[in-house]
Design a binder for this molecule. Structure first.
Ligand code: ATP
Ligand code: MG
Length: 170
């Protein structure tokens, strides 16, 4: 594993396993009500982060992208993980049907992929986890698997969580 801290709230992932390991490192630090908003383009590693988080919480089942179901619950671990993928959601009024308002900010840890498009309808207290590819890395180059992971906390609890993640990986 070569997951590295690269300054406050910044990490370097050099392969899929690093991003999974990052999720696993976050798992012991989350508590009921925490909201993690994962951003970054298609295929950047949001679902792999969630795999690590779920396994770190102790749920042994596989995490896939809930693109069609919109929400998947992994409740076999320390606290429930509600995994949302809002990529296919077109209108904010459809959020109601996903069940997100029943749990967001209250129960378990909520992880949102493609949630930023509905920021105003969701919570303003969340930890943003921004995953970015190396600009300009050719698809077939050694840099193609490099990712920068950046924490962007919104609100006091998210700041506390970001500090805890930073300390755990220092
Ligand atoms: N450093 C890395 N971290 C995570 N995934 C990586 C990394 N390098 C390469 N990959 C590859 O990138 C892909 C990430 O897929 P994943 O489904 O996790 O992305 P995603 O952000 O959830 O995509 P989508 O936007 O389609 O939901 C996988 O094929 C994985 O093997
Ligand atoms: Mg995904």
């Amino acid at each position: 594993m070569t997951l590295e801290r690269a300054g406050a709230g910044r990490f370097r992932s050099s392969c899929e396993e690093d991003t999974v390991a990052f999720g696993r490192a976050v798992a012991p630090l989350v508590r009921d009500g925490d909201v993690l908003v994962l951003t970054g383009g298609l295929g950047v590693g949001k679902t792999h982060f969630t795999k690590g988080l779920s396994s770190g919480l102790g749920d042994g089942r596989e995490v896939t992208s809930p693109t069609f179901a919109l929400m998947a619950v992994h409740d076999g671990g320390r606290i429930p993980l509600f995994h949302f993928d809002l990529y296919r959601l077109e209108h904010a009024y459809e959020l109601e049907d996903t069940g997100i308002y029943d749990v967001l900010g209250y129960e378990g840890v909520c992880v949102l992929e493609w949630g930023e498009q509905f920021q105003d309808e969701l919570t303003d207290e969340f930890l943003g986890i921004v995953i970015a590819r190396d600009e300009g890395a050719a698809a077939d180059s050694a840099l193609a698997e490099e990712r920068t992971i950046r924490l962007e906390p919104h609100g006091a609890r998210a700041e506390e969580l970001a500090r805890a993640i930073d300390a755990a990986l220092a």
